[in-house]
Ligand binder design. Structure first.
Ligand code: GSH
Length: 219
C-alpha cells in the first residue's frame, strides 16, 4: 500500500501528468474524480485546493497541490525509477521545459487551440474560431523553443522519461488532435521524434482519456 490518493478530473492535462508519473513509477493509488468546472466540483475542492483546481495528491495525512510540486514529491518520497536526470544541465532543462509548459504553453495550446478546436464542440459548447486562430499563432514560438531544447538532446529524447515529459505529453497530445496543431508538431522533427517515443509507452496509453478515442474514431 502506498497510501496515495489522487483527486483529479479525467480530461485534465495536469491530472494526466500526475497519472503518467504514478504509472511510470508503478505506484498504486486511489483515485477520486472531481470536475473542477462544475459547482459541485468546486464545492468538493474547497478545503483541498484554494484555487479550485485539480490535481491534488494526498499521501497519508499530507496533501499537496501544484503539479510540478507533486511530480517532485513522487520522486523524493518513492523509489526508482527517478523521473529526474542526474546531470546538472539535464536537470536544468527539465525545470526549464516545465516552466515553459506552465507559463507559455498551457494557455495557447490547450485552453485556446484544443478547447476551441475540438473539445468544446465535443462537449456541445460553442467554440470561437478567433480564439483558435489566436492560439495557433501563439503556439508557434513555444513549439520552436521546445524544438530547440529537444534537438539539443539532453531532455525530451523519447527514451528516458522525466517529469518534463509527464507534464508536456498530455498537452501535446491534445494539441495534436486539432489538424493545424498536428501539422505544426510534424513540422518540428525533434519534438515529433520525442512525441512518437513518449506516446508509444504503456503509461501514455493507460492514462489517455476515453473521449480521445471517440474523437479519433470520428475522423
Ligand atoms: N498550476 C496548476 C494548474 C492546474 C489546472 O489548471 N488544472 C485545471 C484542469 S487541467 C483546472 O483545474 N481548471 C479548473 C479551472 O480553471 O477552474 C497545477 O500545476 O496543478
Amino acid at each position: 500500500m502506498t497510501g496515495l490518493t489522487l483527486i483529479g478530473f479525467q480530461d485534465s492535462v495536469y491530472t494526466r501528468a500526475v497519472r503518467l508519473a504514478l504509472s511510470e513509477k508503478a505506484l498504486a493509488y486511489a483515485y477520486d474524480e472531481v470536475n473542477p468546472f462544475t459547482e459541485d466540483g468546486q464545492a468538493r475542492l474547497a478545503g483541498d485546493h484554494p484555487f479550485g483546481r485539480v490535481p491534488v495528491l494526498r499521501h497519508e495525512a499530507f496533501d499537496l497541490y501544484e503539479t510540478q510540486a507533486i511530480l517532485g514529491y513522487l520522486d523524493d518520497a518513492f523509489d526508482a525509477p527517478q523521473l529526474f536526470p542526474e546531470d546538472a544541465r539535464a536537470r536544468a532543462r527539465v525545470r526549464q521545459v516545465m516552466g515553459i509548459t506552465d507559463s507559455y504553453l498551457y494557455q495557447p495550446l490547450v485552453r485556446q487551440v484544443f478547447s476551441h478546436g475540438v473539445y468544446r464542440a465535443h462537449m456541445g459548447l460553442a467554440a470561437e474560431a478567433a480564439v483558435l486562430r489566436q492560439g495557433l499563432a501563439a503556439s508557434g514560438p513555444v513549439l520552436d523553443a521546445l524544438e530547440g531544447i529537444a534537438a539539443a538532446g539532453l531532455v525530451l529524447t523519447g527514451r528516458d522519461v522525466s517529469r518534463a515529459d509527464c507534464l508536456l505529453a498530455p498537452m501535446i497530445d491534445y494539441f495534436a488532435l486539432v489538424p493545424e496543431g498536428r501539422a505544426m508538431l510534424e513540422a518540428r522533427p525533434a519534438l515529433s521524434r520525442w512525441f512518437a517515443g513518449i506516446s508509444a509507452r504503456a503509461a501514455f496509453a493507460e492514462t489517455r482519456p476515453g473521449f480521445v478515442a471517440v474523437l479519433e474514431g470520428g475522423r
